[in-house]
Design a protein around this ligand. Structure first.
Ligand code: ZN
Length: 272
């Protein structure tokens, strides 16, 4: 988290208070991580920091729900107070090896969004190519994903190759969304109905195609609380800041004020 962003959050106490009032209407907070290993740097969350995040989530009194159940509750108006959904993007092996056992131990349901292109080969993301520690950045193998899914980990799609979706021609966009879903369904032997847009890149066309090829839920990286009016295929989500105090700010709804910035960013190109 950049210090400026935190200062912005903390200097807007009335906004945070307003967000807490909004929360009393039982909105849904969705948060995410990428990988859990080593020390916290870049996309990695250190194991100790991850434990602190889970402690903070428990201390805050979160009711951690499976994604699908939580959105159904949001629609039906039956969502409990402080409902939170936990997610991971990209499908790193460290999630099934390290994070999932810790989450399961605490009874916290979780969704992992996996890139299906990694199922058939040793896919390495552009932003990981400079990293010397290949093993640490390894993506989960198909058998590891299948075992974790049997063990209760919910698996969603993160496309075939992690492209910036708004840039793709329609046929390619369909292929990235539909083929990934098919591959994961074949692997897991169960329906895959949720999607996380790579790097949060989406627009109304992307969202429409996601619906056409069979996804029911789509998760962005536009921060803020999900309300009854948030579309199922463009749900809001924040990645977890390393400092647990910042995580608390996310849970309290303090970042809802950053929505216009996020909406703008989700329409720009990817950072790599
Ligand atoms: Zn990703």
């Amino acid at each position: 988290m950049r210090p400026g962003v935190r200062a912005l959050g903390r200097s807007t106490v009335p906004v945070a208070k307003a967000a807490r009032r909004l929360r009393r209407k039982n909105g849904l907070t969705i948060i995410g991580w990428h990988r859990v290993d080593g020390t916290s740097t870049g996309l990695s969350t250190g194991v100790d920091d991850f434990r602190r995040h889970l402690d903070e989530i428990e201390r805050w009194g979160a009711v951690v729900l499976p994604l699908e159940e939580a959105v159904a509750g949001l629609r039906a108006g039956t969502l409990p107070p402080r409902a939170v959904v936990l997610t991971f993007d990209d499908g790193y092996a460290s999630v099934v090896e390290t994070a999932w056992p810790l989450l399961r131990e605490r009874g916290m349901p979780t969704t992992l969004f996996a890139v299906s292109g990694a199922l058939t080969g040793d896919l390495r993301f552009a932003w990981d190519r400079h990293e010397p520690e290949h093993d640490r950045l390894r993506l989960a193998r198909p058998d590891e994903l299948r075992d974790a899914a049997r063990d209760g980990l919910d698996i969603g799609s993160h496309t075939v190759s992690h492209p910036w979706l708004p840039r793709l021609a329609r046929a390619e966009l369909r292929r990235e969304l539909a083929d990934s879903r098919t591959a994961l369904e074949e692997l897991l032997g169960r329906p895959v109905t949720s999607l996380a847009y790579p790097t949060g890149g989406w627009n109304p066309e992307v969202r429409a195609v996601a619906g056409e090829v069979g996804y029911r839920l789509g998760v962005t990286v536009d921060r803020g609380l999900n309300t009854a009016r948030t579309p199922d295929l463009s749900l809001r989500r924040a990645f977890v800041p390393t400092d647990p105090r910042d995580l608390r700010l996310v849970l309290d709804g303090g970042y809802t004020l950053l929505r216009p910035l996020d909406s703008w960013r989700s329409r720009q190109g990817p950072p790599w």
